[in-house]
Design a protein around this ligand. Structure first.
Ligand SMILES: C[S@@+](CC[C@H](N)C(=O)[O-])C[C@H]1O[C@@H](n2cnc3c(N)ncnc32)[C@H](O)[C@@H]1O
Length: 203
């Protein structure tokens, strides 16, 4: 836990917003498609760009992260727009969800196994029936690129591996693809990137 927390607190302790304040494009398109007044949880939300976008659209939003400096900046960004959200400060290893959500989303949440599978299982268990899980992750093809993302293969994703994790969970896969895209997100992600995009619906 402390490794992730310290690493991201150091990064988020710098001036500005490392990934900017504009939401990730893939998540934003799915936030735009949500019905009104949904309960939405963002996992590994960092400095809050996606969470605040969802708040501005009238949803009830919770942001979870291991890095408290990221969460403090999330709250500040919301406050600057006269909005409030709930915060959960925990490492996902110790995440103990106490409610169900209409949607759970994450961008660039890079977890090693078995935590990755556990977080998908817990997320599906805490989605309302018909609710959606949406995520964008760097794929293994991002490894040689210098446009962002972890430099450890075990933290990167493939569509096949996600498909195996999801096969045993109560969900229908609505979208699962590996694509090349352009990311321009603050100073953290810039240029051509290889990503896996996922949208599933709870059965
Ligand atoms: C690459 S950053 C992405 C931040 C944000 N989702 C965004 O796209 O702007 C990864 C985030 O996941 C969080 N994170 C990584 N591992 C975590 C864990 N095990 N538990 C909770 N948060 C974690 C980090 O603290 C960091 O905020």
């Amino acid at each position: 836990m402390n490794d992730q927390r310290e690493f991201w607190n150091e990064r988020f302790g710098r001036e500005g917003y490392f990934y900017g304040t504009t939401p990730n494009r893939y998540l934003a398109s799915h936030i735009d498609a949500l019905p009104p007044h949904q309960t939405v949880l963002f996992l590994g939300e960092g400095e809050g760009r996606n969470a605040v976008y969802a708040l501005e659209r009238g949803h009830t939003v919770t942001a979870l992260d291991a890095a408290e400096i990221g969460l403090a900046k999330t709250a500040m960004l919301a406050q600057s727009k006269g909005l409030e959200l709930s915060l959960i400060h925990t490492d996902l290893e110790f995440w103990n969800p106490t409610q169900h959500y209409d949607a759970i989303m994450c961008s660039f949440l890079h977890l090693i196994e078995p935590l990755r599978s556990e977080v998908f299982a817990k997320s599906l268990a805490h989605l309302n029936t018909g609710g959606v899980f949406v995520g964008e992750f760097f794929s293994i093809h991002q490894l040689p690129k210098n446009t962002g993302g972890p430099k450890d293969l075990d933290l990167l994703y493939t569509a096949d591996q996600l498909s195996s994790i999801l096969a045993v969970l109560p969900c229908e896969i609505l979208e699962l693809c590996e694509i090349e895209t352009q990311l321009h997100e603050g100073t953290g992600h810039n240029g051509e990137a290889s990503v896996v995009r996922l949208k599933v619906q709870k059965r």
